[in-house]
Design a binder for this molecule. Structure first.
Ligand code: MSP
Length: 670
């Protein structure tokens, strides 16, 4: 039996309505929960709401109601959204739940009994928005270093948790547990933060200033600091939300998913609190990046907050889920804009997956009476072997690898799944079943092709389930599959060949109709360079209406003397030189583009190259590459590129062109 799997999202403040940031983490957690349930893990997925503290108290005052009524009013906005997004949480916690409050008070008493809590007078700079004190050296020009709002000097008596005592243990823990803080850059940030002496943590607020909170068990003049209260949710929930208390079963958490802004509170506050309580630390805390909108920070004042309700209404939950996880690597920041979103729906979902399903079912209806035919082994070719190999390696190797807790490479997982979608469409193009159908002696071969197309879809159905549960159900229905997604997938179903011949298929509505760009986005409806680069499927896959056309003839390699030949003089117009890469960095918001500074002997050039999927920037520094030096400069994602580096590969970069021996930068290449 695989290990229990416990995954959490942050609990969201109720002073705000749900936005894309909340949806993002919750969708990611849902994908992991669904995937782990499917692969047999006993899973608990927790989300919920953070209902105490100053922000909520202020929001309630503004609304002219008491805080509890305010929280009760906002709660359905989150609950309903999760329903619309098909979030499959097992528990929904609210920090105003009486049982949660009791656990917080017990935890405080426990720490106090161990002399880990003391009272002291503290004078410092207080940020109301972040609800925390800063020291003199943190504050810059009277502003909070975190949110840049004005801070005020406060002197007050408070209770403190002896966080400083745990500094060395925490450092050691981070160093010894590679997957504890992810991704690596964030882990290094926390280790950097821990280089400075760690201060004790104020865990109380005087009621005279803030009354909306959990009363301290040892001093009724105080309430608990909202972060202490909130973090304890991860353990309190296990006591009362499952049908029977399940702390032993699920703790320590497998993954706490958090945004990058709240990593420190989790990595440092929560970890040290757990150490004080003598409880094991979570296995992984994974910090994801932030979304900007049309290149700008999302904020109410800018009026650009992306409302997930609107997205679901307009594009459907699965398309939204797909886009958020496909567009950017989970740990990095990304930009949300309508055009790339619509671009992906049309290319990956409508032309890619939707088309594969629709054409396969049409072919089975037309040439096999709507029943999956039996494959004829004697007729299989290398194409079938490649499909089988790709599908099995996707399910058995790639998905587990990319969805490993320490990686969470959702975009990579989806890329691999869409590799199979593309292969499936190419398979139909190449085998041209509509041509086979005209030749009675090709019937066995036709049956094999139809079976393999449908079996590819069965494997895709399993693979996309965690990401796009409704689409997986729809494909399952249309293909007549017996899969049961509410239970772990049976071992045998992971193997190629699980589809039973003679299964009746039922063609339904297109799962992803193409979306026409709205007036608003017309003229701007260019997929980003990334998008163009990463979706050869957009160009090469047949659209629904052209699906029955035979494969376009492939251009053979150029032969000497053919019309495409060029003279040596023509070739010499292209100036090629050896260039040494001096520095390399990723272009923000792009998966493919890397900005290089290249030494060309007498000059240095900036080149933007689409090689970022294949190479990490650090692997490129020091390499000597072949540069086209007389190409007209061009701008890629707004950055000037003064040349081009050569690489082997078609749609995907396979290898940079380099040299067998050392050559000086600037050496001519001919
Ligand atoms: N209540 C605390 C969390 C307590 S967990 C014990 C809190 N709540 S929040 O509602 O302000 O933020 C919740 C999450 O939303 C954070 O993980 C934050 O990173 C995330 N996001 C807020 N804006 C975001 C984007 N623009 N993009 C992505 N995530 C963003 O903090």
């Amino acid at each position: 039996m695989p290990d229990p799997f416990y995954i959490t999202t942050p609990i969201y403040y109720v002073n705000d309505v749900p936005h894309i940031g909340h949806a993002y983490t919750t969708i990611a957690a849902d994908v992991m929960a669904r995937y782990r349930r499917l692969t047999g893990n006993d899973t608990f997925f927790l989300t919920g709401l953070d209902e105490h503290g100053q922000k909520v108290q202020q929001a309630a005052i503004k609304a002219g109601i008491d805080p509890q009524t305010y929280c009760d009013r906002v709660t359905p906005q989150f609950r309903n959204l999760w329903e619309k997004l098909h979030i499959s949480h097992d528990g929904f916690i609210r920090t105003t739940d009486a049982r949660h409050k009791a656990v917080v008070q017990r935890a405080l008493q426990n720490l106090s009994n161990k002399d880990l809590i003391y009272r002291a007078e503290y004078t410092g700079w207080y940020c109301t928005f972040d609800e925390r004190f800063w020291t003199e050296k943190d504050v810059q020009n009277g502003l909070c270093p975190d949110c840049k709002r004005p801070v005020e000097q406060l002197s007050e008596s408070n209770y403190f948790f002896r966080m400083s005592r745990f500094q060395d243990r925490l450092k050691e823990h981070i160093q010894q547990h590679k997957d504890f803080l992810r991704p690596e850059t964030r882990r290094n940030e926390v280790l950097g933060f821990l280089q400075k002496p760690l201060e004790d943590l104020s865990i109380s607020r005087p009621k005279s200033r803030l009354s909306w909170g959990i009363e301290l068990p040892f001093d009724s003049d105080y309430v608990t600091y909202v972060w202490f209260d909130a973090l304890v949710n991860y353990i309190s929930a296990l006591e009362y939300l499952p049908s029977v208390p399940a702390f032993e079963r699920y703790w320590p958490a497998s993954i706490h998913l958090v945004g990058k802004d709240i990593l420190t509170t989790h990595a440092v506050y929560w970890s040290t609190i757990l150490m004080g309580l003598e409880l094991p630390l979570p296995r992984t805390i994974f910090a994801h990046g932030w979304w900007t909108v049309d290149g700008e920070k999302m904020s109410k004042s800018r009026g650009n907050v992306v409302d997930p309700y609107v997205m679901v209404e307009e594009f459907g939950a699965d398309a939204f889920r797909y886009f958020l996880l496909r567009e950017i690597p989970f740990g990095q920041d990304g930009d949300f804009a309508r055009e790339p979103f619509i671009g992906r729906i049309n290319s990956d979902l409508a032309n890619g997956l939707g088309n594969l399903l629709s054409r396969t079912l049409t072919l089975i209806h037309r040439f096999s009476n709507g029943r999956v035919p039996e494959p004829q082994d004697s007729t299989t070719t290398g194409l079938e072997t490649e499909l089988k190999r790709t599908a099995e390696s996707l399910i058995r190797e790639k998905l587990p690898h990319h969805l490993h807790s320490g990686r969470l490479e959702f975009n990579r997982a989806l890329e691999s799944i869409w590799g199979l979608v593309q292969l499936g469409n190419q398979y139909i193009d190449k085998t041209a079943p509509w041509v086979l159908a005209k030749q009675p002696d090709q019937k066995p071969r036709l049956d094999t092709v139809l079976y393999h197309s449908a079996e590819t879809l069965r494997c895709l159905c399993i693979s996309i389930y965690a990401f796009m549960p409704t689409t997986a159900e729809e494909i399952k229905q249309q293909l007549g599959l017996t899969l049961n997604f509410t239970k772990p997938i049976l071992e045998g179903e992971f193997n190629w060949g699980g589809l039973l011949p003679d299964t009746q298929v039922t063609k339904g509505q297109p799962i992803f109709p193409r979306i026409e760009a709205t007036t608003k986005s017309q003229g701007k409806n260019q997929p980003s360079p990334d998008h163009l680069g990463s979706s050869p499927s957009y160009q090469s896959q047949a659209t629904a209406s052209s699906q029955m056309k035979p494969e376009p003839t492939q251009r053979p390699g150029n032969t000497p003397g053919s019309d495409d030949s060029i003279t040596i003089q023509e070739f010499e117009k292209i100036q090629l030189k050896a260039g040494k890469v001096l520095s390399a960095e990723r272009v923000p918001k792009s998966e493919k583009l890397v900005k290089l500074q290249v030494d060309l002997g007498r000059e240095q050039r900036q080149i933007v190259a689409g090689i970022g999927k294949k190479y990490k920037p650090e692997d490129l520094v020091g390499q000597t590459v072949v540069v086209v030096t007389n190409l007209k400069p061009a701008k890629l994602m707004g950055i000037e590129s003064q040349g081009m580096v050569l690489a082997a590969g078609d749609e995907e970069v396979k290898s940079l062109a380099t040299f067998l021996e050392e050559v000086d930068p600037g050496t001519k290449v001919k």
